[in-house]
Design a binder for this molecule. Structure first.
Ligand code: GLY
Length: 393
């Protein structure tokens, strides 16, 4: 009897399942290696060092914006396998995030959304965990203090009185809004959803450029509310298009459209997606800034590819007309990430996604694994393999 070759779809499905199995192996190994401590934002030579000590923080302690991607992967691991190893590790981190918010340790950031959605909303949703729920609500309340009513935006970075950061927000902040959307659902308090509606509208109006590209950051006058200017922090130039920012735009605008029903946010997500896809090189994985393309002597940012895959799947879910095209693009990028940007074996690296860039202008984490790249690659794989799975966002 002859067997016919598997269809292209079946082959992609098998590659995805294999990639998921390898990610689970890596997460198990990293749980054993790190315990309750936290890896750094990025790898060094594909291995995660412990998060370095900083004033007031010991080595491996919970600080910065990326620590929640680590329990975020553990929650997905638990959802896929039901293995208590993942749940127990993630619950220990949820308790640690509770301590972080209660003791007000390193909270001067819009990234409370990334931090508390993945670490604490996840167990509140999945297990009905009351402690995690109150930690996430405390974080949401803290995030609300960063809202600048005249400008209608949440300040991204730093102390609210810092003149260098006052009135500045960034495209990444779209991904922090689900914490407030969840808080509105939980409490029935429309203050949270009003801020989401206003912040996302202002971002759509100012951070999205007429050609469909995006600014990384934008400044408002915090007192008068006047929009001032766009600028980059991690991109090549103020007027270039930082690849990760564009990927945050695809995902963030689609997700906030789902939350608010604002049709202009759906259009913004489509616009970001069109621009992103039109600026991909031949292998569909973006250079770190979309001014670069095939032939450029510049590194790729695979993490932007992984975020874009999740964003395109999310966009497909809220845009039935465009869905086949967005899904096909997501699958193409994901197939390329699996084929060319993953370690050959789990034991070869601590990261599951090679060749990302954190901050090239500052020479931080260039051509390395990143905690967010790992998380979004895992989310992308699960979205592809299990279309009925819903992320916590
Ligand atoms: N949210 C920070 C970054 O994407 O690098």
């Amino acid at each position: 009897m002859t067997t016919s070759p598997p269809s292209a779809a079946a082959a992609v499905r098998a590659d995805t399942d294999r990639a998921i199995a390898q990610v689970l192996d890596t997460v198990r190994a990293n749980i054993r290696a790190f315990g309750l401590r936290y890896p750094d934002d990025t790898t060094r030579d594909d291995r995660y060092p412990l998060r370095p000590a900083a004033p007031g923080f010991d080595e491996g302690e919970n600080r910065g914006w990326t620590t929640s991607f680590w329990p975020g992967m553990q929650w997905i691991g638990w959802e896929l396998t039901g293995d208590d190893v993942f749940r127990d590790a993630a619950l220990a981190h949820a308790a640690d995030f509770g301590r972080r918010v209660r003791e007000e340790r390193d909270l001067d950031t819009h990234d409370l959304g990334f931090l508390y959605t993945l670490s604490c909303v996840a167990p509140a949703r999945l297990l009905g965990d009351e402690d995690a729920r109150s930690s996430a609500l405390a974080a949401a309340e803290h995030l609300m203090t960063r809202f600048l009513p005249s400008a209608g935006v949440i300040q991204a970075w730093g102390d609210l009185a810092d003149p260098a950061q006052r009135g500045r927000t960034i495209i990444d902040s779209l991904m922090n809004m689900p914490l407030l959307t969840w808080a509105a659902e939980q409490t029935g308090d429309s203050r949270y959803s009003d801020v989401v509606a206003r912040h996302t509208r202002e971002l759509r109006r100012r951070i999205l450029r007429p050609d469909g590209s995006t600014f990384h950051t934008f400044y408002w006058d915090a007192e008068t509310g006047e929009p001032l200017r766009g600028a980059t922090e991690q991109g090549a130039f103020d007027d270039s298009c930082w690849a990760r920012g564009q990927a945050w735009g695809i995902y963030g605008f689609a997700m906030n459209h789902r939350a608010t029903g604002d049709a202009s946010l759906l259009e913004a997500s489509r616009t970001c997606a069109e621009y992103f896809l039109a600026h991909l090189p031949a292998d569909d994985v973006p250079y770190w800034d979309l001014v670069y393309n095939d032939g450029a002597d510049a590194p790729r940012d695979s993490s932007s590819g992984a975020i874009a895959v999740c964003g395109l799947f999310e966009l497909a879910a809220v845009d039935p007309e465009g869905a086949p095209r967005w899904r096909a693009a997501a699958e193409r990028i994901l197939a390329s990430l699996i084929a060319g940007y993953t370690p050959a074996r789990a034991e070869d690296a601590d990261t599951v996604l090679l060749h990302s860039v954190y901050d090239l202008p500052k020479d931080v984490g260039v051509d390395e694994g990143t905690l967010w790249g790992d998380y979004f690659f895992f989310e992308a794989l699960v979205r592809a393999a299990r279309p009925d799975w819903r992320p916590v966002w």
